[in-house]
Design a binder for this molecule. Structure first.
Ligand SMILES: Nc1ncnc2c1ncn2[C@@H]1O[C@H](COP(=O)(O)OP(=O)(O)O)[C@@H](O)[C@H]1O
Ligand SMILES: O=C(O)C1=C[C@@H](OP(=O)(O)O)[C@@H](O)[C@H](O)C1
Ligand SMILES: [Mg+2]
Length: 174
């Protein structure tokens, strides 16, 4: 079985957008853990409002462990875009460590225009950029330590990033 490709990194670094391109280039469907949580349980702000972050983390972990069961035994590898906080749980980190883990590095300046008016990410609250910086500071080391491949995504298009991932992945497989 080809190793699954996991995308990790902070909010708005491009995990979902790049993951969709990588999956399309491989001829498979992206598994986006947030999208799966939303499809089954409703939008993320409502989940946080009803059950807080712990409820969201439990659903996220469940989706990730369910995704493992779908990994194909032949054909293209699974491509999984995680949410930025999926790396917080040891059980999730263990799953991700079994695959090819791509860290999409970015910075506050780059994500600022993407999160300015964000209402979909409850952890960003009323001061998105300040919250983003604080959260990133607490997780940066974890992202770095988990990466099989680290890509500085600043000044790169999603298409360029997807190509870099596929090149590195195929080099690693052979
Ligand atoms: N490298 C990039 N260059 C320009 N825009 C990007 C890039 N990566 C992502 N985006 C855009 O930024 C927004 C957030 O990306 P998204 O994939 O949702 O991030 P994540 O899943 O990491 O939170 C989307 O509108 C996406 O199209
Ligand atoms: O970093 C986080 O804790 C979160 C990131 C979000 O996903 P993206 O990283 O795709 O925005 C989503 O899972 C939720 O709002 C929490
Ligand atoms: Mg996403």
């Amino acid at each position: 079985m080809s190793a699954p490709i996991f995308l990790i990194g902070p909010m708005a670094s491009g995990k979902s957008a790049v993951g969709a391109l990588v999956a399309a280039l491989l001829g498979t469907e992206l598994i986006d853990t947030d999208a799966r949580v939303v499809a089954a349980h409703g939008d993320i702000p409502s989940i946080f409002a009803a059950g807080g972050e712990p409820r969201f983390r439990a659903l996220e972990a469940q989706v990730l462990s369910d995704a493992v069961k779908e990994w194909p035994t032949s054909g293209p590898p699974a491509v999984i875009a995680t949410g930025g906080g999926a790396v917080l749980a040891a059980a999730n980190r263990e799953i991700i460590a079994r695959g090819f883990c791509v860290y999409l590095f970015t910075d506050a300046l780059t994500v600022a225009p993407r999160i300015g008016a964000d209402t979909t990410r409850p952890l960003l609250g009323g001061t998105p950029l300040e919250s983003w910086k604080q959260i990133f500071a607490t997780r940066s080391e974890t992202y770095e330590s988990m990466a099989t491949l680290r890509i500085d995504t600043r000044a790169k298009t999603p298409a360029q990033i997807a190509e870099l991932i596929l090149t590195a992945y195929s080099d690693a497989e052979h």
